[in-house]
Write a protein that binds this ligand. Structure first.
Ligand SMILES: Cc1cc2nc3c(=O)[nH]c(=O)nc-3n(C[C@H](O)[C@H](O)[C@H](O)COP(=O)(O)O)c2cc1C
Length: 186
């Protein structure tokens, strides 16, 4: 796939089947992430690769987060939370590792850099014929989940990349007119 086709055609795939990406495919994803724009070369991110029983552990964390938010929650809702990570054979949690109080690289720049790394991984997945989808939702912002994943004081979970084999039919991406988004100063 040539670069412009990749840039113009990448799309998210929410319905994913097994198997999980191979070690080689994952290496290519991480290499792409590590080429993200990065002010002062801080590589302000890290990843947790979750598959197999790790998906069950993550599901338990999601259920625990729901229970702590509402101890009266019903069992069916907790079960639904447990199953969420099973929507893909692998999830990579992308974590921004923020160094505070850096005048030239404020936290927002470091978080953007981590977001660029995640985006690069989506492209690397698509280029290799994998399906991928960036998800957040309440479990991405929940402190119980963050603690369970071992996030440090200055770390933030910026998203879960669900990864696997394309498992459904996907609509064509919307065609948008770039001119609508551009103002020119000439
Ligand atoms: C930071 C971020 C968080 C997202 N969280 C979710 C989510 O929790 N659930 C969801 O359905 N889509 C979420 N999305 C959107 C999808 O990943 C995807 O971009 C969207 O469905 C559009 O599809 P496309 O990437 O093919 O254009 C999120 C996107 C971003 C950038």
């Amino acid at each position: 796939m040539d670069a412009m086709t990749l840039l113009h055609q990448r799309r998210s795939m929410g319905k994913l089947a097994g198997p999980a990406p191979t070690a080689e495919q994952l290496e290519a994803l991480y290499r792409a992430a590590l080429r993200a724009p990065d002010h002062k070369e801080m590589t302000p991110y890290r990843f947790i690769e979750i598959s197999g029983e790790g998906l069950d552990r993550l599901g338990e964390l999601f259920a625990r987060a729901d229970y702590q938010a509402n101890p009266h929650i019903d069992d069916a809702t907790l079960d639904a939370a447990r199953k969420k990570p099973k929507r893909a054979p692998m999830i990579i949690a992308v974590i921004a590792c923020v160094t505070p109080d850096l005048p030239k690289v404020p936290p927002v720049e470091q978080i953007i850099s981590a977001g660029c790394a995640a985006h690069a991984m989506l492209y690397a997945a698509f280029a290799q014929g994998l399906g991928a989808m960036w998800r957040t939702g309440t479990y991405a912002h929940d402190k119980t989940v963050w603690r369970g994943l071992g996030l440090g004081e200055h770390e933030e979970l910026i998203g879960y990349l669900y990864l696997g084999q394309p498992g459904g039919r996907y609509p064509q991406p919307p065609v948008r007119d770039p001119q609508t988004y551009v103002e020119r100063w000439q």
